[in-house]
Design a protein around this ligand. Structure first.
Ligand code: HAM
Length: 423
C-alpha cells in the first residue's frame, strides 16, 4: 500500500520542537501587547479576488503560488498566502474606521504559498504580523521597526540588518516607473525571460529578481529615492531621524522593492545573517500601503504593517536559541540534599521563576556543567551548611559573581537578576 505523506513543503511540528515555537509565539504576543496591538483572527480561506486585487495580478504570489480551488458552491476560494489582505478586508467589513481613529491589529497563523520548497521556504509556513490603520507616520513607522528589532533581540537574534527604503506615493512611483522602463528597455535582451515579461507587466519586480544577470542590469538602474516628491522625501527623512533618536540601526537600501504590489512610501526588511538561513535570509518584511484600504472599498486610510516568518526565526535562532532557559539552576553539593533541592525548586517556581536541576545524584562539577548548558542565568548552590543556616549560594552566571543570600530572599534576588516579576 502506498505510504501516506504530508503535502510537499508542509511540515509537522512534533512535541520536542514545540518549546521553540512557543518561545517565539510568546515573545511575539508579549511584545505586541506592550505596544498596544489587539489580536485579530481571520479565516484561513478567502475569496480569490481579495488577493488578486490587493497583492497584485503580476506578482509571483498571484501568478504562480496561490492554492486556489472552486468549492461546491462554485466560488473561487484561496488559502491565504499572507495576512494583510484579510486584515484589511475585516477592517472594512466591520466598519472599524468609524469606531476608532487608529487601529492596531496583530495576528499569528499559517499562510500558504506554492513556492519551490527549500530550507526556510515552505508551502505552509507561519507568520506573526501586525498592521496599523489610520496613522500616516512616519513616527509609527519608526516605532514598528524598533519593535521588530526589540523582539528579535529578546529572542537572542543578534546578527541582523535592518534595510529601509521608500517607494514614494502616487506621483513618485509613476515618474520612477517611466524612468525605470526607459533604462531597462535597451537592456531587455540581457534580462531573464521572467524579467523580460515583467518589464511590461510589473517593472519594479525586475529589481527584485534573484537571477544574477538581472541583478547586474538592476545595479545600474535609476534609484527611486532620487524621484521622491517633497512630502515623500520629508516622510522618509523623518523616519530616519526618528530611528536615529530611538537608537535603531538601519541601512538605506534603494533597490529594496519587496514582492507585493500594495506598498507605497516606507518599506523595510530585517535580514538575518547567522544560523542556517542560507538564501532565505529575510526574517521580516513590511511597509506602508496607503491606497489599499480605499481600493478594497474602505475609506481612505493610511496603513503600515509587517510580518515575520516563524520557521525562519527558528532557523536563525538555532537549537540553543530556541531552548527554554531556566532562570535558576539548583545545584546540591551532596546527594543527601536532593530532597532539599526539590523543595528549593518548588519555592522558586511558586514565586514565578523558571527553575531546573539535575537531581540524579551527579557530582557538583557535572551539575555545574548542566547549569551552564541549560543557559540558566543563575545557579543556586545548596550545601549542608547552607541548609542548616537557611541560606543559598547565589551565583550570577553571566557576571560570574557569587553571594550568600538568606533563603527567604533568594527568589526575589534571582528575579531581579533575571529581570522577572514575582507572583
Ligand atoms: P512577505 O515578505 O511576503 O510579506 O512575508 C513576510 C515574511 O514571511 C518573510 O520575511 C518570511 O520570513 C516569511 N515567509 C514568506 N514566504 C515564506 C515561505 N514560503 N516559507 C517560509 N517563510 C516565508 C508579507 O507577507 C506581508 N503581508 C507583510 C506585511 C504586513 N506588509 C504589510 N503588512
Amino acid at each position: 500500500m502506498e505510504r501516506l505523506r504530508a503535502v510537499k513543503g508542509m511540515n509537522d511540528v512534533l512535541p520536542e520542537a514545540i518549546p521553540h515555537w512557543r518561545r517565539i509565539e510568546q515573545t511575539f504576543w508579549r511584545t505586541v501587547e506592550r505596544y498596544g496591538y489587539g489580536e485579530v483572527r481571520t479565516p484561513v480561506v478567502e475569496p480569490t479576488g481579495l488577493f488578486v486585487r490587493s497583492i497584485g495580478e503580476a506578482t509571483d504570489i498571484v501568478e504562480k503560488e496561490m492554492y486556489t480551488f472552486v468549492d461546491k458552491g462554485e466560488h473561487s476560494l484561496t488559502l491565504r498566502p499572507e495576512g494583510t489582505a484579510s486584515a484589511v478586508r475585516a477592517y472594512i467589513e466591520h466598519n472599524v474606521a468609524a469606531r476608532e481613529p487608529v487601529t492596531k491589529w496583530a495576528y499569528l497563523g499559517p499562510m500558504f504559498r506554492r513556492e519551490r520548497p527549500a530550507r526556510g521556504r515552505y508551502r505552509q509556513f507561519w507568520q506573526g504580523g501586525v498592521e496599523i490603520y489610520g496613522d500616516p507616520g512616519p513616527f509609527v513607522d519608526a516605532e514598528m521597526i524598533d519593535m521588530v528589532v526589540a523582539m528579535l533581540a529578546e529572542l537572542g537574534v543578534k546578527d541582523l540588518e535592518v534595510l529601509i527604503n521608500s517607494l514614494g506615493s502616487g506621483d513618485t512611483r509613476a515618474r520612477y516607473l517611466d524612468a525605470l522602463v526607459a533604462y531597462l528597455t535597451p537592456h531587455c535582451d540581457a534580462l531573464s525571460e521572467d524579467s523580460q515579461r515583467r518589464l511590461s507587466t510589473n517593472p519594479l519586480r525586475v529589481l527584485d529578481s534573484k537571477v544574477p544577470k538581472d541583478r547586474e542590469v538592476a545595479a545600474g538602474a535609476p534609484k527611486i529615492l532620487d524621484f521622491l516628491g517633497e512630502e515623500d522625501a520629508a516622510h522618509f527623512d523623518e523616519l530616519q531621524r526618528t530611528l536615529d533618536a530611538l537608537g535603531t540601526p538601519y541601512r538605506v537600501e534603494p533597490t529594496l522593492v519587496r514582492g507585493l504590489d500594495y506598498y507605497s512610501r516606507t518599506l523595510f526588511e530585517v535580514q538575518g545573517k547567522g544560523g542556517e538561513l542560507g538564501a532565505q535570509n529575510t526574517l521580516c518584511g513590511g511597509g506602508r500601503y496607503e491606497g489599499l484600504v480605499e481600493s478594497l472599498g474602505g475609506p481612505p486610510t493610511p496603513a503600515i504593517g509587517f510580518a515575520m516568518g516563524i520557521e525562519r526565526m527558528l532557523l536563525v535562532m538555532g537549537e540553543d536559541g530556541g531552548a527554554i532557559r531556566p532562570d535558576v539552576f539548583v545545584i546540591v553539593a551532596d546527594a543527601a540534599l536532593r530532597r532539599e533541592g526539590a523543595l528549593l525548586l518548588k519555592e522558586l517556581r511558586s514565586a514565578g521563576l523558571s527553575a531546573d536541576a539535575d537531581l540524579r545524584g551527579q557530582s557538583v562539577k557535572s551539575q555545574l556543567r548542566r547549569a551552564d548548558k541549560s543557559g540558566a542565568k543563575i545557579a543556586m548552590i545548596l550545601g549542608p551548611s547552607e541548609v542548616e543556616r537557611s541560606v543559598v549560594q547565589l551565583k550570577d552566571l553571566a557576571a560570574g559573581e557569587q553571594a550568600e543570600v538568606p533563603r527567604a530572599e533568594a527568589a526575589a534576588r534571582a528575579a531581579r537578576i533575571a529581570g522577572r516579576e514575582l507572583v
